[in-house]
Ligand binder design. Structure first.
Ligand code: SF4
Ligand code: SF4
Length: 379
């Protein structure tokens, strides 16, 4: 449980190590066993009362260079990202229980995924994890509160200004790869993170130690990125990233990236897909039901996103991460993908793609119309 810092392939906190030594008084073991029951794949513990100085310095540099682009929420509560105690997150916080849940279903299971979802990042094909994963983290937080009278515990799941990967790294769950992802040796990087921040102190040996980076001379992720979004190893500039433009950005992608954004409709997995650590990790076949594509995606064609009104958009994206992209954003993603198909088709053309661009030029949102006209004029 989060106690090893060696270079073995068994990540600290792997469930194989849990449950057996659980008895009253060994809170770390008890938390690990409960986390296993809640289907977390990895769990570890980080001290909360020591600030994350280096990670915070890197984060500050990221903000100062404007790389957060229009993700203004990253700039807010900047100080909270360094510490988890005091007013920042939880007064008196002593421990961060770091949790990871795998969502990789494996190539065999994915082969039958609807075509629409094959153009979405894997984590987004099923139900929004902010709901189902947060419930599990909250259940674990309740369990931690019950370990001793007066213990306070707060559940986080991408819901507070916390440097999740940095805490998971400190807890010994994995190392940060050159692609910026937390890589859990033996399990890969297709993992969602959650935390229970608590005033409970654990015995010193329960706390993990950060794993050394294990990329070696590999540069596969940097070389495979379609938009050359890595400024250097470990540093991703979201202003060049497909995931940013197809999910987070509220501005239209700049013209110089239009022919690089590819066919993705929501997110991009390329820099994870090529990573050897994901290729050798066995698929997380059990417990991946929430990540199976929503049945409705079998009925939805990409072009549908161009024609939905606000109510239809809300209905279609119910319990789905796609809602984050906004109705206009999804329409723009379809247009960029249609333009790419037109470019690739060359002189023989692609009637469907052209008619999608023409439909976009009649869209009720001005940003979508503007992009459609720009693309019609350039392909
Ligand atoms: S998500 Fe895609 S576009 Fe973004 S850095 Fe990774 S490979 Fe590049
Ligand atoms: S692809 Fe290679 S360089 Fe990139 S994160 Fe994986 S191991 Fe590291």
């Amino acid at each position: 449980m989060g106690r090893e810092s060696d270079d073995t392939l068994a990540p600290s906190g792997s469930l194989a190590e849990t449950a057996t030594a659980c008895h009253a008084g060994q809170w770390a073991d008890m938390i690990c066993a409960r986390a296993a029951e809640l289907q977390f794949d990895v769990v570890g513990f980080a001290r909360a009362d020591e600030p994350l100085r280096q990670h915070k310095a890197d984060f500050d540099a990221f903000i100062e260079q404007g790389m957060h682009a229009d993700m203004a929420y990253l700039e807010k509560h900047q100080a909270a990202r360094e510490r988890l105690d005091g007013e920042a997150i939880l007064p008196g916080a002593k421990t961060v229980v770091c949790l990871a849940r795998r969502y990789d279903r494996g190539a065999e299971a994915e082969a039958d995924d609807p075509p629409l979802t094959q153009r979405m990042a894997r984590y987004a094909r099923g139900r929004d994890y902010h709901g189902h994963l947060h419930k599990r983290v909250a259940t674990l937080a309740r369990f931690v509160r019950g370990l001793r009278p007066g213990v306070v515990a707060r559940a986080l799941c991408d819901t507070a200004p916390v440097l999740e990967r940095a805490w998971a790294h400190r807890a010994g769950l994995g190392f940060i790869g050159k692609n910026g992802m937390l890589i859990v040796p033996g399990k890969g990087s297709y993992c969602l993170l959650g935390e229970v921040v608590t005033t409970l102190s654990l015995q010193p040996e329960a706390y993990g130690k950060p794993l050394n980076e294990r990329c070696g001379s590999c540069t596969l992720c940097l070389d495979a990125c379609p938009t050359e979004a890595f400024v250097r190893p470990f540093v991703l500039d979201p202003r060049r990233c497909v995931s940013y433009y197809t999910i987070e950005s509220r501005s239209t992608a700049p013209a110089e990236l239009h022919d690089k954004l590819g066919d993705d409709l929501f997110g991009c997995d390329v820099c994870q897909q090529v990573c050897p650590y994901n290729q050798v990790a066995p698929p997380a076949v059990e417990a991946t039901a929430p990540f199976e594509p929503l049945p409705r995606w079998r009925e939805v064609s990409p072009a549908r996103w161009l024609g939905v009104d606000d109510d239809e958009f809300l209905e279609l994206t119910k319990s789905s991460p796609l809602r984050r992209a906004t109705r206009a954003g999804m329409a723009q993603n379809v247009l960029l993908s249609a333009a790419q198909r037109l470019r690739q088709a060359g002189p023989k053309g692609d009637d469907d793609a052209r008619s999608q661009l023409q439909q976009g030029a009649r869209h009720d949102d001005p940003s979508v119309r503007k992009l459609a006209e720009q693309l019609l004029g350039s392909v």
